[in-house]
Design a protein around this ligand. Structure first.
Ligand code: DHB
Length: 496
C-alpha cells in the first residue's frame, strides 16, 4: 500500500527568494484584475473569477510562497446567489497545500492532493472545486517551508515561517473584507498531514501575540487572524510529544517498515526501508513511553463523557480505552455499511456488533512505520529536524530527549518559543489565543505517521475549552486527506 501513500504538494517550480530593496507589495485586492475560468464538477460547469499569485504581505522573503490564489463564483459579481449563499454570506474555504513541512505554492482547483488516479479512471474533483460548486469563495494560501534557502545561504522557511504565512493570508482576507465577496467571519481552514497540523495550528492560535513580531517583520496586513472552523486530516502536530506518543502506541514492537520521506521535485515521496529496533533502542523506547505516560497524566484532560484521560505505568488506562473506543466506532461504521471485517484479529465482533478492541494487537497489525525516535532524529535526519532549523542552521533538535541521546556532533536545539509556535496542542489550551469554535479532525485507522493519541489529545484539549469537536478515525484509511468531501462540506454547511 505504500505506493499509494504519496502526498504531492503543488509542483513548486520557483520559490525564488526576494532580492534586497524590492518595492513594498500593495495588499489592496483589486476585483477587476482577474482571469475568467470554468471548472467542471460532477458534470456541472462553474464559472469563476481567478485571482492568482496575489501577495499577502508587503515585504515577502519568498514571494511565490507568501501569496494567495482566490477563486470567486462569477454569479456573486452579478448579485446572484449560489446555493444557499450570496456575495455577502458565502463562507471562505482556505485550503493550504503544505505536505512534509515543505514549501507550498498557492493551490488551484484543477490540482489534487494525494495519489494520482488509477489508470483509466479520472480523478475526483479537488476540495477547492467542490467548494466552488457549493458556492464557497476559495482562497488558497502558499507557505514557506523547511528547504527554502536564499542566495546568500540563509534558510528562509524554517519554523515558524509556514504558520506565519497562513496567518498573514487570513489577515489579508480581513484587510480586504469590503472589497472581496465572502464572509471573513466564516473562514474554514483545511489541510492534510503537515498541512493538517498547520490548519489546526491556525485555528487554535488566533490572534496570539506569539506571532506578532514575525508578522510585523514581513509586513502582514493589520487585522485579526482568528478563523471560524478547522478541518484537519491526520495532523502531524504536537511534535515535541509525538516521539513519546509513538513509543506508547507501538510499545515492544521491534520490527518497523520505515518510510524515508524525500523531496525530489518538491513532491513528498515515501520509500520503505525495513528495519528492527535493537536492545538499546528498545530501552530508549521504554524511556519515551514513560515520558508519554507522565505527559498524559499531567494534562488532566477528559474524554467526551467527562472521564479523566490517564495512563498507568504499563501504558493502559482511560486514554487507551478512549482511543480503542474510537477504533471500535470506526469498525462499527464499516460493518454497518457492509464491509467485511474478517481477518482482523484485534477486533471482536458478535452478531454484527463490535464488542472490543485489543489495542496492542491493533498496533501490531497496523505496524510500526517510523524508526526511533519517530520525529526528533538522533542524527538530525528527519524532516522535522529540518523544520526546526534556523536562518543559519539546517537541522536542530526540538526535544530534551533527543538532545540527551543525540549522535550529531555540535547539534543545537530549537528555542522553546519556536517549538511552541508550531504546536496546535499548546494553543488549544492557551486562553490568550482565540480558538476557532468548530473543529473536524480525521485520522485514518491505517495511518501510522503519528500516534492516534495525537489527534485524540488535541480533540480533548479543544473540548476542554468548550469548543465543538468532531473527531473520527475513518476505517482503513492510510495517511491521506480530502477523501470524504461530501461529509466535509455537509459538516461545514450545518455550521452556517
Ligand atoms: C508528513 C508526514 C510525516 O510522516 C511527517 O513526519 C511530517 C509530514 C506529511 O505527509 O506532510
Amino acid at each position: 500500500d505504500f505506493s499509494l501513500m504519496l502526498l504531492a504538494t503543488g509542483a513548486l517550480a520557483a520559490c525564488a527568494s526576494e532580492p534586497a530593496a524590492a518595492p513594498m507589495r500593495d495588499l489592496t485586492f483589486d476585483p477587476d484584475r482577474f482571469v475568467p475560468k470554468v471548472f467542471t464538477v460532477d458534470g456541472r460547469r462553474i464559472a469563476v473569477r481567478a485571482y492568482e499569485g496575489l501577495p499577502v504581505v508587503a515585504r515577502p522573503v519568498e514571494p511565490a510562497c507568501q501569496a494567495i490564489n482566490v477563486y470567486i463564483p462569477e454569479a456573486y459579481f452579478r448579485g446572484e446567489a449560489v446555493g444557499r449563499y450570496t456575495a455577502r454570506t458565502a463562507p471562505i474555504f482556505l485550503p493550504n497545500q503544505v505536505g512534509g513541512y515543505m514549501p507550498a505554492l498557492p493551490g488551484r482547483p484543477d490540482e489534487r492532493m494525494g495519489p494520482p488516479p488509477a489508470p483509466g479512471t479520472s480523478a475526483p474533483p479537488s476540495a477547492m472545486a467542490v467548494a466552488l460548486a457549493r458556492g464557497f469563495v476559495v482562497a488558497s494560501p502558499g507557505a514557506r517551508g523547511r528547504t527554502l534557502r536564499a542566495a546568500d545561504g540563509r534558510w528562509t522557511g524554517k519554523a515558524p515561517a509556514a504558520i506565519v504565512d497562513l496567518k498573514a493570508a487570513v489577515r489579508w482576507l480581513r484587510h480586504n473584507a469590503g472589497r472581496l465577496p465572502g464572509d471573513t467571519e466564516r473562514i474554514v481552514s483545511n489541510g492534510t498531514s503537515a498541512g493538517g497540523a498547520l490548519s489546526a495550528l491556525l485555528g487554535a492560535s488566533g490572534n496570539s501575540a506569539d506571532f506578532e513580531a514575525e508578522l510585523q517583520a514581513i509586513g502582514a496586513a493589520p487585522a485579526r487572524d482568528d478563523i471560524f472552523a478547522v478541518s484537519a486530516y491526520c495532523p502531524i502536530t504536537n511534535l515535541e510529544h509525538a516521539d513519546a506518543a509513538y513509543e506508547w502506541q507501538f510499545q515492544g514492537l521491534a520490527e518497523y517498515r520505515s518510510i524515508a520521506i524525500s523531496m525530489l521535485d518538491f513532491k513528498v515521496e515515501r520509500k520503505e526501508v525495513a528495519g528492527r529496533l535493537d536492545a538499546d533502542q528498545l530501552a530508549l523506547s521504554r524511556e519515551l513511553q514513560a515520558a508519554f505516560i507522565a505527559y498524559v497524566n499531567g494534562l488532566g484532560l477528559h474524554d467526551g463523557a467527562g472521564r479523566l484521560l490517564q495512563l498507568d505505568a504499563s501504558g493502559r488506562g482511560s486514554l487507551r480505552d478512549h482511543v480503542s473506543a474510537l477504533l471500535a466506532a470506526s469498525a462499527q461504521r464499516a460493518l454497518d455499511r457492509g464491509d467485511d471485517l474478517s481477518g482482523r484479529p484485534w477486533l471482536s465482533i458478535e452478531s454484527g456488533r463490535v464488542q472490543g478492541v485489543d489495542f496492542t494487537a491493533y498496533a501490531a497489525a497496523a505496524g510500526r512505520m517510523k524508526a526511533l525516535p519517530a520525529f526528533d532524529g538522533l542524527a538530525l535526519e528527519t524532516g522535522e529536524n529540518q523544520l526546526f532549523g534556523d536562518a543559519r542552521t539546517d537541522q536542530r533538535h526540538f526535544t530534551a530527549f533527543s538532545v540527551r541521546h543525540g549522535r550529531a556532533a555540535g547539534a543545537a536545539r530549537a528555542d522553546a518559543l519556536t517549538v511552541r509556535q508550531m504546536n496546535a496542542m499548546h494553543y488549544a489550551s492557551d486562553p490568550s489565543a482565540r480558538a476557532a469554535p468548530h473543529w473536524r479532525l480525521r485520522h485514518g485507522t491505517m495511518d501510522r505517521d503519528t500516534s492516534l493519541a495525537i489527534p485524540a489529545l488535541l480533540a480533548a484539549a479543544l473540548r476542554e475549552r468548550g469548543l465543538d469537536v468532531d473527531l473520527a478515525l475513518p476505517w482503513d484509511r492510510p495517511h491521506s486527506g480530502d477523501y470524504d468531501l461530501d461529509e466535509l462540506f455537509g459538516w461545514i454547511e450545518r455550521l452556517m
